[in-house]
Write a protein that binds this ligand. Structure first.
Ligand SMILES: Nc1ncnc2c1ncn2[C@@H]1O[C@H](COP(=O)(O)OP(=O)(O)O)[C@@H](O)[C@H]1O
Ligand SMILES: [Mg+2]
Length: 165
């Protein structure tokens, strides 16, 4: 009985530790620091596909973080990476390709399927999605790194990276 309890406690602690280790929190005090966080997310990526879903209100720093991800992929002119305005996606060539979606203006999720969304998330490369909540039906079945950006002050942001399970 005592042993059973001990085992239960040890297992619970292991599960909590595992959860904690998959979540990383950063405090950014400037746009440059947010870019650095993004760069660190992509600089180690060598192959395969990775999807980053960026949550946060207007001005939270999603696009700046994306510029950093672009820098980590050695995309020339990474600083000019910007949200697509007339299309849903911008593509950039780097060590790995970057597919940058901004779904702010997305009306119907079918519009995403029409431009081949399901192919993009399987290609070798990095997919970054701003306003992923607009495509929840398509994203919920994918292996996605969830990133939440919170405005905590004029120049400060909290960035929570959740690698998922
Ligand atoms: N620590 C910070 N991290 C990111 N952006 C910051 C920070 N401090 C101030 N800002 C400002 O917030 C804005 C973020 O813009 P942007 O990245 O386009 O946000 P989003 O794409 O989430 O709407 C920029 O004007 C930037 O200068
Ligand atoms: Mg943006």
């Amino acid at each position: 009985m005592i042993n059973g309890k001990k085992t239960f406690i040890v297992l619970s602690l292991l599960i909590i530790l595992r959860k904690l280790s998959k979540e990383e929190r950063y405090i950014s005090s400037s746009p440059d620091e947010t870019i650095n966080v993004g760069e660190n997310l992509s600089r180690e990526l060598r192959s395969g596909s990775r999807v980053f879903a960026l949550y946060g209100t207007l001005g939270a720093g999603k696009t700046l973080l994306t510029k950093g991800i672009a820098r980590g992929l050695q995309i020339p002119d990474w600083y000019y990476v910007n949200s697509p305005t007339f299309t849903l996606i911008n593509e950039y060539e780097g060590r790995l390709p970057l597919y940058h979606f901004d779904l702010y203006r997305l009306g119907d999720q079918d519009d995403l399927l029409e431009i081949g969304f399901e192919d993009y998330v399987q290609k070798t490369g990095v997919v970054v999605i701003e306003w992923p909540e607009k495509a929840m039906d398509l994203l919920c079945s994918l292996d996605v790194v969830r990133i939440d950006l919170h405005i905590t002050g004029e120049k400060s942001r909290e960035i929570v990276v959740n690698m998922g399970f």
